[in-house]
Design a binder for this molecule. Structure first.
Ligand code: PMV
Length: 318
């Protein structure tokens, strides 16, 4: 967070959920990876106008912003009232390189960067857990019942093994291999998918509950495959998680098609990542060469954008 007296900045990055999405809402573990290829910066400056916002999505008075940006007003009011600060004239500038609504944690990253910039503007310093309290609050407005994983990974330098209500564990991915990330180009529908899983648990408990528990077991299996540098078991585990997510109805045709294409192109495993029903998928490859060949096939199949992420080390698109 680098700020001058005139300009206050907050930064965060996107994320990829390796495994455990949806089940993590119900107390099962998940593994998430910081995705620094996709980052966001929020800069707050004092102006002589009422609060304004400038972003790719909207530019103008915050009071007239579309409802999708409500969470920023709520955060602004909550932080001002908690710390007895008056909201005076500020300009909020958001530069985001995280595609929105793609399961990459865009909203949590914007909230995290915004909260950091605002606290710097008010000259308040908080512990990480207190910062996360505000990001969780905005995620609740956006997603209804978030697990908290997005909030935590957007400011983490390390991959995380996360269980709701527990302290999150750093999980260095000491495993060779590459992840190919592909965007379907369709906006995901996290809150609807999360709500539909809740509905399935209410109406079809005997079917939905074992699927949730199974995803939890697969996440533990993935964790031990990572410890044992067993890329093949990790791959198979990711594909099994996709099948369970599909049965929970959070996949869609585009995601299933890209998963199939990646497997046919030699991926060790593939699955959707994040909320699903659009957004992104991931595929596991043994080498960069293999990852590039999978990437090529995914683009040919219609993926809107792809990234190659090396698991061991932090380089992305080297
Ligand atoms: O689609 P995203 O990036 O918001 O990821 C959602 C992950 C879920 O497990 C589906 C929901 C959650 O809050 O953990």
């Amino acid at each position: 967070m680098k700020s001058t007296s005139a300009s206050h900045s907050g930064k965060a990055h996107g994320k990829i959920i390796l495994i455990g999405e949806h089940a993590v809402v119900y107390g099962e573990p998940a593994i998430a990876i910081p995705f620094k290829a996709a980052s966001v910066e929020v800069i707050i400056k004092k102006t002589d106008r009422p609060v304004t916002i400038t972003s790719n999505y909207y530019a103008g008075a915050l009071s007239k912003a579309p409802k999708e940006l409500n969470y920023l007003s709520v955060l602004l009011q909550k932080i001002s009232s908690d710390f007895k600060k008056t909201i005076d004239h500020i300009d909020i500038n958001i530069t985001s390189h995280i595609p929105p609504e793609r399961g990459m944690g865009s909203s949590a990253a914007v909230s995290m960067a915004f909260v950091q910039a605002l606290l710097s503007y008010f000259d308040i310093s908080l512990e990480k857990e207190q910062l996360l309290y505000y990001v969780d609050l905005s995620e609740k407005i956006i997603h209804g019942n978030p697990s908290g994983i997005d909030a935590r990974i957007t400011s983490s330098e390390e991959p995380l093994f996360y269980k709701k209500g527990y302290v999150f564990e750093s999980l260095p991915l000491n495993i060779s291999g590459y992840l190919v990330v592909a965007d379907t180009g369709e906006t995901g529908q996290t809150s609807r998918a999360v709500a539909d899983v809740a509905k399935a648990l209410k109406n079809n408990y005997e079917i939905a509950e074992p699927l949730i528990r199974h995803i939890g077991e697969l996440t533990l299996k993935a964790k031990s495959a990572i410890f044992n540098n067993d890329l093949y078991t990790l791959g198979r585990t990711l594909s099994k998680a996709h099948e369970s997510l599909k049965q929970l109805t959070v996949s869609n045709n585009s995601l299933d098609q890209l998963v199939k294409t990646a497997l046919e192109a030699g991926a060790l495993g593939a699955k959707l990542t994040g909320g699903g029903r659009g957004g992104c998928m991931i595929a596991l490859a043994t080498s960069r060469k293999k990852a590039e060949s999978i990437e090529h096939k995914l683009l040919k199949q219609g993926a809107a954008k792809t990234w190659i992420h090396r698991l061991k080390g932090e380089d992305i698109n080297e």
